[in-house]
Design a protein around this ligand. Structure first.
Ligand code: ZN
Length: 82
């Protein structure tokens, strides 16, 4: 059994193993293609420590960039004479 959250309906669904369509082994994670009982679609779920670490790094980089952009925008506003 597998507990998934459907990205369409946002509901948690308990899914039987037979609904797993495929499992792909990647260097950073496993990707499971799952038939969703909530919406009838197929969703991909990825699991793995390295995948999570990569996502965390990407999110941290995006946050740092957004912070730098905001600081640059504030500096640009200050530089313009009123
Ligand atoms: Zn779904």
């Amino acid at each position: 059994m597998l507990l998934i959250t459907c990205p369409v309906t946002r509901t948690d669904e308990l899914v039987a193993d037979r609904r797993i369509r495929s499992i792909a082994n990647h260097p950073t994670h496993l990707a499971l293609r799952v038939d969703c009982p909530a919406c009838g679609g197929v969703h991909v779920y990825r699991t793995g420590r390295r995948w999570e670490a990569a996502r965390t790094r990407t999110a941290a980089r995006a946050a740092a960039q957004a912070s730098a952009d905001a600081a640059a925008a504030r500096a640009a506003r200050v530089a313009v004479p009123a």
